[in-house]
Design a protein around this ligand. Structure first.
Ligand code: ACO
Length: 148
Protein backbone atom coordinates (compact mmCIF):
# COMPACT_ATOMS: atom_id res chain seq x y z
CA UNK A 1 0.00 0.00 0.00
CA UNK A 2 1.02 3.64 -0.36
CA UNK A 3 3.23 4.87 2.46
CA UNK A 4 1.96 7.23 5.12
CA UNK A 5 2.41 10.95 4.37
CA UNK A 6 5.09 12.68 6.51
CA UNK A 7 2.22 14.66 8.07
CA UNK A 8 1.51 11.52 10.11
CA UNK A 9 3.47 8.98 12.14
CA UNK A 10 2.35 5.42 12.91
CA UNK A 11 3.65 4.07 16.24
CA UNK A 12 2.78 1.83 19.20
CA UNK A 13 0.38 3.08 21.87
CA UNK A 14 2.31 4.70 24.73
CA UNK A 15 1.66 5.97 28.25
CA UNK A 16 1.64 9.65 27.19
CA UNK A 17 -1.27 8.98 24.84
CA UNK A 18 -3.53 9.71 27.81
CA UNK A 19 -2.68 13.37 27.08
CA UNK A 20 -2.48 13.12 23.28
CA UNK A 21 -6.12 12.29 22.63
CA UNK A 22 -6.24 8.49 22.40
CA UNK A 23 -9.47 8.28 24.40
CA UNK A 24 -11.08 11.12 22.44
CA UNK A 25 -10.54 9.20 19.20
CA UNK A 26 -11.94 6.01 20.75
CA UNK A 27 -15.05 7.89 21.82
CA UNK A 28 -15.92 8.28 18.10
CA UNK A 29 -16.47 4.49 18.19
CA UNK A 30 -18.43 4.05 21.40
CA UNK A 31 -18.80 5.07 25.04
CA UNK A 32 -15.45 5.39 26.79
CA UNK A 33 -16.58 6.75 30.15
CA UNK A 34 -14.33 8.31 32.78
CA UNK A 35 -10.80 6.91 32.70
CA UNK A 36 -8.26 8.32 35.13
CA UNK A 37 -4.57 8.54 34.26
CA UNK A 38 -3.94 5.69 36.72
CA UNK A 39 -6.52 3.45 35.02
CA UNK A 40 -5.02 4.24 31.62
CA UNK A 41 -1.49 3.53 32.87
CA UNK A 42 -2.55 0.19 34.38
CA UNK A 43 -4.12 -0.91 31.11
CA UNK A 44 -1.07 0.13 29.05
CA UNK A 45 1.14 -1.73 31.55
CA UNK A 46 -1.04 -4.88 31.30
CA UNK A 47 -0.70 -4.80 27.51
CA UNK A 48 3.03 -4.13 27.65
CA UNK A 49 3.52 -7.18 29.90
CA UNK A 50 1.80 -9.21 27.15
CA UNK A 51 3.62 -7.59 24.26
CA UNK A 52 3.34 -10.62 21.96
CA UNK A 53 -0.43 -10.76 22.47
CA UNK A 54 -1.62 -7.14 22.59
CA UNK A 55 -0.62 -4.68 19.90
CA UNK A 56 -2.09 -1.19 20.29
CA UNK A 57 -1.13 1.22 17.53
CA UNK A 58 -1.86 4.88 16.81
CA UNK A 59 -1.40 7.38 14.01
CA UNK A 60 -0.17 10.71 15.36
CA UNK A 61 -0.51 14.00 13.47
CA UNK A 62 3.03 15.38 13.38
CA UNK A 63 2.06 19.08 13.47
CA UNK A 64 -0.09 18.79 16.62
CA UNK A 65 1.24 15.67 18.35
CA UNK A 66 -2.38 14.52 18.64
CA UNK A 67 -3.53 10.93 18.11
CA UNK A 68 -5.88 10.83 15.09
CA UNK A 69 -6.36 7.08 14.48
CA UNK A 70 -6.22 3.98 16.69
CA UNK A 71 -6.49 0.20 16.50
CA UNK A 72 -5.67 -2.96 18.43
CA UNK A 73 -4.66 -6.51 17.48
CA UNK A 74 -5.08 -9.35 19.96
CA UNK A 75 -3.41 -12.73 19.29
CA UNK A 76 -5.44 -15.82 20.17
CA UNK A 77 -3.66 -19.18 20.73
CA UNK A 78 -5.69 -22.07 19.30
CA UNK A 79 -5.46 -25.86 19.08
CA UNK A 80 -6.83 -26.12 15.55
CA UNK A 81 -4.50 -25.73 12.58
CA UNK A 82 -1.67 -27.26 14.59
CA UNK A 83 -1.91 -24.84 17.47
CA UNK A 84 -2.37 -21.93 15.12
CA UNK A 85 -2.65 -18.26 15.99
CA UNK A 86 -5.54 -15.99 14.99
CA UNK A 87 -5.41 -12.22 15.18
CA UNK A 88 -8.46 -10.29 16.40
CA UNK A 89 -8.71 -6.72 15.18
CA UNK A 90 -10.54 -4.52 17.67
CA UNK A 91 -11.49 -0.91 18.37
CA UNK A 92 -10.65 0.81 15.11
CA UNK A 93 -11.37 4.54 15.07
CA UNK A 94 -10.29 7.65 13.20
CA UNK A 95 -10.89 11.17 14.57
CA UNK A 96 -13.92 12.74 12.84
CA UNK A 97 -11.90 15.64 11.41
CA UNK A 98 -9.43 13.15 9.85
CA UNK A 99 -11.84 10.62 8.36
CA UNK A 100 -11.75 9.99 4.61
CA UNK A 101 -7.97 10.47 4.35
CA UNK A 102 -7.13 6.74 4.19
CA UNK A 103 -5.89 6.65 7.79
CA UNK A 104 -8.36 3.87 8.58
CA UNK A 105 -6.92 1.76 5.76
CA UNK A 106 -3.41 2.45 7.10
CA UNK A 107 -4.38 1.20 10.57
CA UNK A 108 -5.92 -2.00 9.13
CA UNK A 109 -2.93 -2.68 6.86
CA UNK A 110 -0.52 -2.13 9.76
CA UNK A 111 -2.47 -4.46 12.09
CA UNK A 112 -2.68 -7.12 9.37
CA UNK A 113 1.09 -6.85 8.87
CA UNK A 114 1.69 -7.13 12.63
CA UNK A 115 -0.60 -10.19 12.76
CA UNK A 116 1.34 -11.90 9.99
CA UNK A 117 4.66 -11.08 11.69
CA UNK A 118 3.29 -12.57 14.93
CA UNK A 119 2.46 -15.77 13.02
CA UNK A 120 -1.34 -15.43 12.67
CA UNK A 121 -2.76 -17.47 9.79
CA UNK A 122 -5.66 -14.98 9.53
CA UNK A 123 -7.05 -11.88 11.19
CA UNK A 124 -10.74 -11.46 11.98
CA UNK A 125 -13.07 -8.73 13.16
CA UNK A 126 -16.72 -7.88 13.81
CA UNK A 127 -18.24 -4.66 12.53
CA UNK A 128 -21.61 -3.07 11.98
CA UNK A 129 -23.21 -3.39 8.53
CA UNK A 130 -22.62 0.29 7.74
CA UNK A 131 -18.84 -0.20 8.03
CA UNK A 132 -18.63 -3.36 5.95
CA UNK A 133 -17.65 -1.54 2.72
CA UNK A 134 -14.73 0.07 4.52
CA UNK A 135 -13.26 -3.38 5.25
CA UNK A 136 -14.02 -4.53 1.68
CA UNK A 137 -12.06 -1.53 0.44
CA UNK A 138 -9.09 -2.42 2.65
CA UNK A 139 -8.59 -5.38 0.24
CA UNK A 140 -6.70 -7.57 2.68
CA UNK A 141 -6.82 -11.24 1.62
CA UNK A 142 -5.98 -12.56 5.09
CA UNK A 143 -8.65 -10.41 6.81
CA UNK A 144 -12.10 -11.91 7.45
CA UNK A 145 -14.98 -9.86 8.83
CA UNK A 146 -18.47 -10.51 10.10
CA UNK A 147 -21.00 -7.71 10.08
CA UNK A 148 -24.24 -7.41 11.98
N1 ACO B 1 -18.85 2.88 4.52
C1 ACO B 1 -18.44 2.73 3.24
N2 ACO B 1 -17.21 3.07 2.82
C2 ACO B 1 -16.38 3.59 3.74
C3 ACO B 1 -16.74 3.78 5.09
C4 ACO B 1 -18.04 3.40 5.47
N3 ACO B 1 -18.46 3.52 6.74
N4 ACO B 1 -15.70 4.33 5.75
C5 ACO B 1 -14.72 4.46 4.85
N5 ACO B 1 -15.13 4.02 3.63
C6 ACO B 1 -14.35 3.97 2.38
C7 ACO B 1 -13.76 5.30 2.01
O1 ACO B 1 -14.65 6.06 1.27
C8 ACO B 1 -12.56 4.88 1.20
O2 ACO B 1 -12.98 4.50 -0.10
P1 ACO B 1 -12.11 4.81 -1.43
O3 ACO B 1 -10.82 4.06 -1.26
O4 ACO B 1 -12.96 4.29 -2.52
O5 ACO B 1 -11.91 6.28 -1.43
C9 ACO B 1 -12.08 3.62 1.91
O6 ACO B 1 -13.24 3.11 2.61
C10 ACO B 1 -10.97 3.88 2.91
O7 ACO B 1 -11.41 4.84 3.83
P2 ACO B 1 -10.48 5.57 4.88
O8 ACO B 1 -10.28 7.00 4.47
O9 ACO B 1 -9.25 4.77 5.15
O10 ACO B 1 -11.46 5.52 6.14
P3 ACO B 1 -11.37 6.38 7.47
O11 ACO B 1 -9.98 6.80 7.73
O12 ACO B 1 -12.41 7.43 7.42
O13 ACO B 1 -11.76 5.28 8.59
C11 ACO B 1 -13.52 4.26 9.88
C12 ACO B 1 -12.93 4.51 8.48
C13 ACO B 1 -12.48 3.60 10.79
C14 ACO B 1 -14.74 3.36 9.75
C15 ACO B 1 -13.90 5.66 10.46
O14 ACO B 1 -14.94 6.22 9.69
C16 ACO B 1 -14.35 5.66 11.92
O15 ACO B 1 -13.52 5.82 12.80
N6 ACO B 1 -15.66 5.53 12.20
C17 ACO B 1 -16.20 5.59 13.57
C18 ACO B 1 -15.73 4.40 14.43
C19 ACO B 1 -16.01 3.05 13.78
O16 ACO B 1 -17.11 2.76 13.34
N7 ACO B 1 -14.97 2.17 13.74
C20 ACO B 1 -15.02 0.82 13.16
C21 ACO B 1 -15.58 -0.16 14.15
S1 ACO B 1 -15.36 -1.86 13.70
C22 ACO B 1 -14.01 -2.40 14.58
O17 ACO B 1 -13.50 -1.70 15.39
C23 ACO B 1 -13.42 -3.79 14.30
Amino acid sequence: SKSLSPEYKLRPLQLSDYESGYLDVLSDLTAVGNISKEMFAAQVEFMRARSGEYFGIVIEKTSTGKVVAVGTLLVEHKFIHECGLVGHIEDIAVAKSEQGKKLGIKIIHALDFIGKKAGCYKNILDCSAHNEQFYVKCKVASLFFTSA
